[in-house]
Design a protein around this ligand. Structure first.
Ligand code: ZN
Length: 445
């Protein structure tokens, strides 16, 4: 690398100028994101509180006073925790960035393990784990205080810690080889390394989708085929009617960790499968479960999984290209105290800073996801020849999960991957009037 200190040139001066401005710019971006997050939380909480007095008109026939009050309280308490966590994150991450601990760590690891790609990947992995630690107390509090208080928690302390440990080992087993591969590709492939890295990432993602249901999810939960019953007959009949070869409808022991209920769809091609939480089966009647399954089959039939994967592939292509450009800029390293250009440092900085930009684009992704939900709902209503079973299922799910029935439209528009209960009912031709549902711990049907 050119020794900039010995031979000052005009580009050197520019690099210095930019480097000294970057921390301020990044600080401003952190501040802007934090302010937007806080504003959205407060807006939403105020909106919910303003209607907390009695059950809103639109829900009077379907939600009782006690459940409604509890859902309001749950929403407000969750929002308070989120506000504290956002504020905390907005202090911790910038502090890490300006403290110089990252360049120090990189140098220390290089001295300890040598400059190889294998050693660099260890550094990245350790940094990733270390940076996830500050949020651990919040996760713990969420599960054992907040969720506990509202009767959702069924996780034991031991299970919670074992989950964390398993998650870390899994990240090491999958993430470490991927990091090594990407860094090796950068060494081998020259200026087009980012395209190769993208190919590797894509292959890895596809592999993961195939492996997840077979190898990864069973590490955390028990999956059993849905037992012989009238429900099973009904669901298989639905699968046949919709031309969905139901290789497996499996039941997951979600109750092991939480009373929240859900259903989801994983894998593709021959590996696809539909998973119903045991909590869901407990909460819904047979026609409602059939409607939920029809909704999941709708996601499959409308190719939502493939479309989402394609969109995220385009996103990661753009991100890797941007990374390859930024990784050549001296000011990036100088700004955060790194002594030399290194892809490892660039990768680390990029992953820590990208959220400052992606945050503002996330509503676009959520809007797209909500469109998919509407399509799956319409499909379900069509194959069921009536919308009422699905509407009843959605109402129950929203109640059982204490979803926020009346979020502020800005808030749900920004954060929600699913339309609100009333939006879905309206689209299905149920009731009218406005209202909404929650994005965290919501019914993810
Ligand atoms: Zn869905």
């Amino acid at each position: 690398m050119e020794d900039l200190a010995v031979e000052p040139s005009s580009s050197h001066v520019d690099a210095m100028d930019i480097a000294s401005m970057i921390p301020w710019l990044v600080g401003g971006l952190f501040l802007a994101k934090w302010a937007a997050q806080l504003w959205l939380e407060r807006l939403n909480s105020a909106h919910v509180s303003a209607q907390a007095g009695s059950v809103p008109e639109a829900f009077r026939a379907t939600v009782d006073e006690a459940t409604y009050r509890k859902s309001v309280e749950y929403t407000l308490v969750r929002s308070r925790l989120r506000q504290i966590e956002m504020t905390y994150d907005s202090v911790v991450l910038p502090a890490v960035l300006v403290s110089g601990v990252l360049p120090w760590g990189l140098t220390a690891f290089a001295r300890w393990l040598g400059p190889s790609v294998w050693a660099s990947a260890v550094f990245l992995f350790v940094a990733g784990v270390a940076l996830s630690l500050p949020d651990l107390p919040f996760d713990w509090y969420d599960q054992f205080r907040l969720e506990e208080r509202f009767g959702f928690n069924t996780t034991t302390q031991k299970l919670w810690w074992v989950d964390r440990l398993k998650g870390m080992l899994l990240a090491a087993a999958l993430g470490y080889p991927l990091l090594v591969l990407v860094l090796k590709l950068a060494e081998w492939a020259g200026p087009w390394w980012w395209l190769w890295a993208w190919g590797a990432l894509l292959g890895f993602q596809c592999l993961l989708m195939v492996l997840a249901p077979v190898l990864i999810l069973p590490l955390f939960n028990k999956f059993t085929p849905l037992a012989q019953s009238s429900l099973r007959e009904r669901l298989l009949d639905l699968a046949q009617r919709t031309g969905f070869r139901a290789r497996s409808i499996r039941v997951m022991d979600g109750s092991k960790r939480s009373r929240h209920s859900n259903a989801f769809f994983t894998g593709f091609g021959a590996f696809r499968q539909i998973v119903l939480f045991d909590t869901l089966i407990e909460q819904l009647a047979e026609p409602e479960l059939e409607a939920v399954l029809a909704h999941e089959i709708g996601h499959y039939k409308k190719k939502h999984l493939i479309k989402t994967l394609a969109a995220s592939a385009l996103g990661s292509l753009a991100a890797l290209y941007l990374l390859s450009v930024l990784a050549q800029e001296a000011w990036l390293y100088r700004a955060f105290g790194f002594h030399a250009t290194s892809l490892v440092a660039a990768l680390l900085l990029f992953s820590l800073l990208s959220g400052l930009f992606t945050f503002w684009f996330s509503p676009l992704g959520h809007w797209w996801s909500r469109r998919h939900e509407y399509e799956a709902d319409a499909f379900a209503s069509q194959v069921m020849s009536e919308p009422h079973s699905l509407i009843r299922a959605l109402r129950k799910l929203n109640q059982k999960n204490l979803s926020n029935l009346t979020p502020h439209p800005f808030y749900s528009g920004f954060y929600y991957s699913h339309p609100t209960l009333l939006e879905r009912e309206q689209a299905l031709g149920g009731t009218s009037v406005t209202g909404r549902h929650t994005h965290q711990h919501a019914a993810r049907v």
